[in-house]
Design a protein around this ligand. Structure first.
Ligand code: G6Q
Length: 540
């Protein structure tokens, strides 16, 4: 048994699970007509309905006791205070400082980092304004009309998600694109209709050594110079976002055109650092600052709200309940807003890279499940695709439904229909349809079992008034902190990502074997050797 599973709160939850495993949401709702109002919490403009979860007051009490016993609040305070909680990289974890107000004080190694954060934000704002107003001219004297962010992982997914999320607020005469894949198709397709003389590349890379990003950046430079034919053009068409000034200079970008951040910002937690420059150019500094204020409001909620009404705490604990006691393997994230098309993909990295870990902070191999598989798509599209399995399949898939009371594109009756689907899905998932109800509908008894919905499928519903920059910030921070709560409970380091290393190292060895002139001596396993040989023999 591990440290976690030996805890009295954990064992109490195990016992409690046996009393709860067959309890149906139908009965829980029937027993308490006020359940739907009672089991809700609010913070930073978000309303969370968690009544359609397979929990009682007792379950919540035990989950909160678990949070207490593992010290979630103390660990949270240590994170906010800049303690080096990322122990394998010996780093503080301070994405919360990126959205701290100007007069806040956040100390790292004896220094208040907030003034530097705002200095970079101010430089970003000045640069964004120059681009947006057409004052920043390209090498041939034309204003910039196209922004291409080159980055990958944490240097791509956040900006692309938030750009799509806030497109409604974007300056529409600017074209903003994101290139991430080392597959040349990505760069080729994203630049094919752009005029180099009007295009700005933002090379976003914390390390400025990432293979995909640097390969794309070099090819982008060639594309630009192929047309503008003057090395001096790079200075007007390339800026960098990085922590690595030396590599930025080596690439040929003047550090005057570099926007920095710090080693205490993890890649997947960096979208509100200078990594968000493309987004700030698109939506403007004021909307960007509103986004940061939303993040900060949720930070404050997480820091100060009582655990029983603390949104990230509740979402985190409910996730642990299903992951570790019901054996649920995945969580579906289902935003009912077209602008949030990339939200699930973003959360996939945030959650799976953070909590996809197998050893504890004390180097013990865990004997319990850690992070779930995160997936999803915006509604209502998913309803016509994979919801069948969630409703009637054999797997338990807790879902987060996210919806807004007001649409940004009023076009009756669309929004009412969209939201009717949110409420209908969570109702159907919770209560299902019994055999008796199916037969009462006059369905042929021969096929009636196929029409039965078991129900008892848990969902959270997160509602906000309107998708604004502020609300998007709060929503992202909600999930950042949910992931944090779960990482603390599972006693893992949510802030490193060693799991991405091995593949990178092996790709570094294989690339020269694909590129070499003569027949290379291959020393891999027989499968890898055969695949490499077949590729070499057949490529054009
Ligand atoms: C995120 C990861 C990873 C990282 C990318 C890009 O937490 O660290 O996704 O963001 O590998 O790294 P660079 O920004 O250094 O290019």
């Amino acid at each position: 048994m591990s440290k976690l599973t030996e805890l009295s709160a954990w064992q109490a939850l195990e016992d409690h699970y046996y009393t709860m495993q067959d309890t149906h949401l139908r009965d829980l709702f029937a027993a308490d007509p006020t359940r739907g109002e009672k089991m809700s919490a609010e913070g930073a403009g978000l309303y969370l309905d968690y009544s359609k979860h397979r929990v009682t007051d007792e379950t919540l009490k035990l989950l909160l006791a678990l949070a207490e016993e593992v010290g979630v609040a103390q660990k949270r305070d240590a994170m906010f205070a800049g303690e080096k909680i990322n122990i394998t990289e010996k780093r503080a974890v301070l994405h919360t400082a990126l959205r701290a107000p100007r007069d806040a004080v956040v100390m790292v190694d004896g220094k208040n980092v907030v003034p530097e954060v705002h200095e970079v934000l101010d430089r970003m704002a000045a640069f964004a304004d120059e681009i947006r107003s057409g004052k920043w001219l390209g090498h041939t004297g034309q204003p910039i009309k196209n922004i291409v962010n080159i980055g990958i992982g944490g240097s791509d997914l956040g900006p692309v998600m938030a750009y799509e999320g806030l497109k409604h607020y974007a300056q529409r005469d600017l074209t903003v694109r994101f290139v991430s894949n080392v597959d040349g198709t990505d760069l080729a397709e994203k630049t094919r209709d752009l005029d180099p003389a009007q295009t700005l590349f933002i090379v976003s890379s914390k390390t400025f050594t990432t293979q995909e990003t640097m390969t794309n950046a070099r090819s982008a430079r060639q594309w630009l110079l192929g047309s503008l034919k003057d090395d001096a053009a790079v200075a007007r068409h390339f800026v960098a976002v990085s922590t690595n000034a030396a590599e930025v200079t080596k690439f040929g970008i003047n550090t005057a055109n570099m926007f920095g951040f710090w080693d205490w910002v993890g890649g997947r937690y960096s979208m509100d650092s200078a990594i968000g420059l493309s987004l700030m150019i698109a939506v403007g500094p004021d909307h960007y600052r509103a986004l940061l204020a939303g993040f900060h409001e949720m930070d404050e909620h997480f820091r100060t709200a009582p655990a029983s009404r603390n949104l990230p705490m509740l979402l985190g604990l409910l996730g642990v309940w299903y992951n570790n006691f019901f054996g649920a393997e995945t969580v579906a994230i289902l935003p009912y807003d077209q602008y949030l098309a990339y939200f699930s993909a973003y959360l996939q990295q945030l959650d799976m890279e953070s909590n996809g870990k197998h050893v504890t902070l004390d180097n013990e191999t865990v004997d319990y499940q850690t992070g779930p598989v995160i997936w999803g798509q915006p509604g209502t599209n998913g309803q016509h695709a994979f919801y069948q399995l969630i409703h009637q399949g054999t797997k338990l898939i807790p879902c987060d439904f996210i919806g807004f009371c007001q649409t940004l594109n009023p076009m009756a009756p669309h929004h009412d229909l969209l939201m009717a689907n949110v409420f209908a899905q969570t109702e159907a998932l919770a209560f299902g349809k019994t055999l008796e109800q199916v037969l009462a509908d006059g369905v042929d008894p021969q096929i009636a079992p196929h029409r039965v919905f078991g129900g008892n499928r848990p969902t959270s519903t997160i509602l906000a008034d309107k998708l604004t920059p502020h609300i998007l910030g709060a929503l992202i921070a909600l999930y950042e902190h949910k992931v944090f709560v779960q990482g603390v409970i599972w006693d893992i380091n949510s802030f490193d990502q060693w799991g991405v290393e091995l593949g990178k190292v092996l790709a570094g060895k294989i690339a020269p074997e694909l590129q070499s002139e003569g027949e290379p001596e291959l020393k891999h396993d027989s499968s890898t050797n055969t695949l490499i040989k077949r590729y070499r023999a057949r490529r054009a």
